[in-house]
Write a new protein. Sequence first.
Length: 469
Amino acid sequence: MNDGQRPLWSGRFGIRPAPEAAALGRSVGFDVRLAPHDVAAGIAHVAALRDASVLGEADADRLTAALAEVGQAIADGTLAIDEVDEDVHSVVERAVTERLGDLGARLHAGRSRNDLVVTDLRLWLLEAARRLTGLTTLAIRTLVRRAREEADTPMPGTTHARPAQVVTLGHHLAAHAWALLRDLDRLDAWAGRTSTSPLGAGAVATSTLGLDPAATADRLGFERPFENSIDAVSDRDFVQEFLGVATIEATHLSRLAADLARWTDPALAWAELDEAYSTGSSMMPQKRNPDTAELSRAKAARITAAFVAVSGTLHGLPLGYQRDLQEDKEPAFDAAETLERVLAATVGVLDTLRIDRDAMRTAAAAAELFATDVAEALVRAGVPFRDAHRRTGELLRTLDGDGRSLVDLTPEEWAAFGLPEGGVLLDPERSVAARGTPGGPSPESVLRQAGAIEERLASRSTGRTGRSA
Ligand code: ARG
């Protein structure tokens, strides 16, 4: 057996792994994504070996150059991934050794794939989180822009998806923005906690070589080194928490997509998706389907499944590296990449959505939406709310029986009901304006919210970097 084709750990073994065992364990097909970080971690480790005088200056330089070259070759797609390569760490080390011969064999001193893999994965997820943070910010800004535009567009507010009270479309759009702002906070806080370097922890117990994990952490841009080598190689709560944060954000985007699919349903026709974000039917020529919204709605399930898969893998697992932990990567990659695609598409959909203000306003003028305004007018006139609720309900019941509604009441009937000016209540603009309560649906409130959200975004970008907890 040619040495170059043997697994990294083959010294103690007389034969190669069975092909089906190797096939089960091989992760290079997906963990090759970690290559740039594996190279960066390798270079930081070489510096640590040099500082500890395990490597001479010249050897350290040659190793560093070879690592960089391997990283470039992987990025260019010119480095062949060998049959025997288990994972990205094996690929990088093998390629360095092919270039440097005996010197390559010095690279892995004092490190293990156990500390390497979590270093790489933290770096990969931190980078993914920075892209998600950027896209989430863009989604919030787009929602805020649309909310300002629709600050005074009346819309039926719903409970149980049925007409409830008049709101403004701006208020509803701002509600989605507030949810995404919390996701942004969660991503920031997660990034702060995740900025811990595990490199130097070795397999489980560090090494005897006198490496300095703090210097390594610094070189890799982490805020701090690990405090406990067992924790460093065992812990995957950064993956689990990332997936939890991603699950919540995907759920928010799913609910936004559900609203968009509903509003653009021709049965309501309150809004229309741009052609670029609609799909046709292969059979029915007339169709313009909201596939982008539907897929965004569904992807939350897949991201939730990733959280469940990793949580399932971790629970009950004793500390110390076990190969089970390799199962963290596919769900993490898939969830991050899926969320990124959903966010990008959501921004496009929101940016190009056409609102039919007349259709929305007409729907918001439906008499039933003012029943609560009527009851509250009685309350302001001194009637206890329970009585007001009952009296309004009885009025609606009588009107219903006559095939009439609140809009059909004559001034005399209003007066008899105890609200001589009752007719003026049935106006969507008046209804939302009357609810100027902080956090309410009035146009002023929407503009206040938009300003508050923008302030939060601004203080986030000038204040904390997103890497601190
Ligand atoms: N591919 C492995 C993983 O993703 C790398 C660590 C392997 N360590 C080991 N002791 N077999 O977890």
